[in-house]
Write a protein that binds this ligand. Structure first.
Ligand code: ZN
Length: 499
């Protein structure tokens, strides 16, 4: 077989697995957005069948043979083709090196652990949940061993979400961030200036929907290749030509639905910006979780919480909600957009304190995997860190160690991506400003196209050409550095809260 023919055959097999994956994704989206209440059993069967078909396509032995053949002819492959080969091998190994019995054992355990978590969270009963975490850590170590990462299972878990990232690198970055972020947060929180978030009452959902649609379209989301609906928890699903985003509405919290939608739009813009000629191959895919989160956070925070953004959108917001906003001044509105208030609950956290929630979880995961923290001692360790970082101690495990669903699914090494994404967003933001003078004026005119074009060229269209750390270096000329996030948070929040 010629190299060109083998490569073409590989691409066609990858695309087949990808298309099956998109069908699966669509069924999952529909389940959360549209599914009639008594149709869940059939949907579970449909999802299981699609997952089986997708797995069979992705683990097709022909893919392995083609990879081996092409790996033997590196001199005949272009740089792009070598990228495709490298990541296709990585993906193929991850779907084929785990024995099917292990995969189903993990799925079964996750399902049981999820129900145990929901029950134990309701009762604030950590002891009942502990054996499930214990077992999940064992399974994670076993999984790492199957992939040849026996010595560093936590690194393996991290690398699954953010290729190229390690626990040691994260530890250094988070350590530097924590040192300055804790005093910065304390200064903001002790300020006499307080945002009044309770001033928003009675914002009709239909008008909120219209407004957020116009905002997300204006910043660049293409509604001919995607849509936004409502689900319990906002998410973004799909790739390339069909992106499904969701938000949720609260009549008394219009900023929440708006910022959720802008966040998901950031994810959607990344996916819409991947190259259409590479759909289904590593060159048409996102790098990983942290880079994805950098895109959602950059739009949500750096852009949509800025003065220039509101210079353009405030008159439109007031026009839509004139009755509700009559007594709210511009400054009050802008302060509410940038409210900071430490809370014990991660999903309710603002962008300053959010990072501390993540540092806490990373610290715990690191110790669990190193064996220096026993699962039984988790609540005590959690509460001590919450006090140290947030200045708050949970009254019960429900608002402490039991609050997140992630560990019930064995999702370790996933939390750090949120904070790494925040760091990256700030670093990309300053680079974009250097490269594109006058961005503030663009935003004040409601023009986001230069920023989006920059993100497209530098990040979206690169696919998985660079791993997480390389990408940051290629785009900004320096390795990931928390000082940019600290600078951004200081510049955004200190002028507001120093009064
Ligand atoms: Zn996100």
């Amino acid at each position: 077989m010629t190299t060109a023919a083998a490569y073409a055959e590989l691409i066609s097999k990858l695309k087949r697995a990808h298309v099956l994956g998109t069908v699966n994704g669509l069924l999952g989206w529909d389940e959360q957005v549209n599914l009639p209440p008594d149709s869940a059993d059939l949907r579970a069967e449909q999802l299981a069948l699609m997952a089986e078909l997708q797995h069979a396509a992705a683990s097709n032995p022909c893919v392995g043979e083609l990879l081996t053949l092409l790996e033997g002819r590196p001199g005949e492959l272009s740089t792009d083709q070598q990228v495709v080969l490298k990541y296709s091998r990585r993906d193929f190994d991850r779907v084929t090196k785990l024995p099917p019995e292990f995969v189903s054992e993990k799925a079964r355990h996750s399902s049981k652990a999820f129900h145990a978590w929901a029950e134990c969270k309701a009762k604030s009963d950590f002891a009942g949940y502990a054996p499930f975490i214990e077992q999940h850590i064992k399974l994670a170590k076993q999984e790492a061993a199957y992939l040849g990462c026996t010595g560093a299972p936590y690194d393996y878990m991290i690398d699954r979400h953010d290729p190229g990232m390690t626990a040691a690198v994260i530890e250094r970055l988070f350590g530097e961030l924590k040192q300055s972020l804790v005093p910065l947060m304390r200064e903001i929180v002790s300020s006499p200036v307080k945002a009044r978030t309770g001033i928003f009452r009675g914002f009709p959902v239909e008008q909120q929907r219209t407004f957020l649609h116009s905002v997300t379209e204006r910043i660049g989301f293409n509604y001919r290749r995607g849509r936004i609906d409502v689900s319990l928890h906002p998410f973004c699903e799909g790739s390339g030509a069909d992106i499904r985003m969701t938000t949720h509405f609260d009549e008394h919290n219009p900023l929440n639905s708006l910022f959720s939608a802008i966040h998901e739009t950031g994810h959607g813009l990344y996916e819409q910006g991947t190259r259409s000629d590479h759909q289904g191959t590593p060159l048409g895919q996102a790098v990983g979780m942290a880079v994805h989160e950098s895109q959602s956070r950059l739009w949500e925070n750096q852009v949509a919480r800025s003065r220039p953004f509101w210079r353009f959108f405030e008159p439109r917001f007031r026009e839509t909600f004139s009755a509700q906003l009559g007594a709210v001044s511009s400054d009050e509105l802008y302060l509410a957009v940038n409210a900071v208030r430490p809370t014990l609950i991660r999903v309710d956290a603002d962008e300053v304190t959010y990072n501390l929630h993540i540092i806490l979880r990373f610290e715990i995961e690191k110790r669990l995997f190193a064996g220096t923290l026993a699962v039984a001692d988790l609540p005590a360790a959690w509460n001590a860190l919450a006090q140290e970082l947030l200045g708050l101690t949970p009254a019960s495990d429900r608002e402490g160690v039991l609050q997140d669903v992630h560990w019930s699914g064995g999702m370790f090494g996933y939390f750090p991506s949120y904070c790494l994404g925040n760091m990256m967003a700030a670093q990309f933001w300053y680079q974009a400003q250097d490269d594109l003078p006058g961005l503030d004026d663009d935003f004040a005119r409601g023009d986001f196209s230069r920023l989006l074009g920059w993100l497209r060229r530098n990040i979206h269209e690169q696919g998985r050409r660079h791993d997480t750390r390389e990408l940051v270096k290629v785009v900004t000329g320096e390795p990931l550095n928390p000082k940019h996030l600290l600078r951004y948070l200081s510049e955004r929040y200190l002028p507001l809260y120093r009064g």
